[in-house]
Design a binder for this molecule. Structure first.
Ligand code: ADP
Ligand code: MG
Length: 244
């Protein structure tokens, strides 16, 4: 079997005296979609941020595509280019058009020329169904549209892996579906995805695996039927019962 696309080994992360991740082991295969669920403060965002080294682990190892990110000699910028990240807040540049939001990182980071970057931007805006918004400014878009632009911006960099941190939590309920539909399309296309979410329907229908975290550890890791449908641990049951 080929090596997992994402490998986290014995990962610990402390902020001062606060140990937030207390020994995380996780493997995500190529093309696999893993949803991470758990209560607020359990360490989900910190784990995601350790997977692209936005946070530096205190101990342990992280591998993406076989490259160890936690190796002090690694070219972290080169590895990060292979990892797309989408946050709860869309973080678009307000003074740039939608197209410019997509071309700027391609030109700065990948050194693509203007025409090539514009071409890739157009392709990815089409993928998320927003071709007609190419010349618009973010403030004229709904939250759901802005988040789809943020996803297109990440995709325009050609990532091998996509990380999502509660991508629909800041959206009005009626806008959530369009963003989830784009994520579902990516999953169907075979993208490797790690998704922190409270959207249990999405987790049930799209995830290959669901990971339940509590208090800095992985409590359960299994199929959606196992973890959501038939949780083995009281902590998982308690968490799920509060979502309903
Ligand atoms: P979750 O995403 O599951 O809600 P987080 O990973 O955001 O949890 O946070 C887990 C814990 O780590 C919380 O107690 C939070 O206060 C703490 N924490 C997260 N980021 C930082 C930081 N940059 N500095 C200090 N503490 C942090
Ligand atoms: Mg979080």
């Amino acid at each position: 079997m080929s090596r997992p696309e994402i490998e986290v080994r014995a990962l610990h992360k402390s902020f001062g005296a606060n140990e937030v991740l207390r020994g995380i082991d996780l493997e995500i295969g190529r093309g696999e979609v893993v949803c991470v669920i758990g209560p607020s403060g359990s360490g989900k965002s910190t784990l995601l941020r350790c997977v692209n080294l936005l946070e530096e682990p205190t101990k342990g190892q992280v591998f993406v595509g076989g490259t160890e990110l936690t190796d002090p000699d690694v070219d972290i910028d080169a590895v990060r280019r292979r990892i797309g990240m989408v946050f709860q807040q869309f973080n678009l540049f307000p003074h740039l058009t939608v197209t410019e939001n997509l071309t700027l990182p391609q030109r700065r980071v990948l050194r693509r020329d203007k025409a090539a970057a514009a071409q890739v931007a157009a392709e990815n805006l089409a993928r998320v169904g927003l071709s007609e918004k190419a010349a618009a400014y973010p403030s004229s878009l709904s939250g759901g549209q802005q988040q789809r632009v943020a996803i297109a911006r990440a995709l325009a960099m050609g990532p091998e892996v996509m990380l999502f941190d509660e991508p629909t939590s800041a959206l009005d309920p009626e806008l959530v579906g369009d963003v989830l539909a784009v994520m579902r399309m990516l999953a169907d296309e075979g993208m490797t995805m790690m998704v922190v979410t409270h959207e249990m329907t999405f987790a049930r229908e799209v995830a290959d695996r669901v990971v339940f975290m509590d208090d800095g550890v992985i409590v359960e890791d299994g199929t959606p039927e196992q973890v959501i449908g038939n949780p083995r641990h009281d902590r998982t049951r308690h968490f799920l019962s509060r979502l309903l």
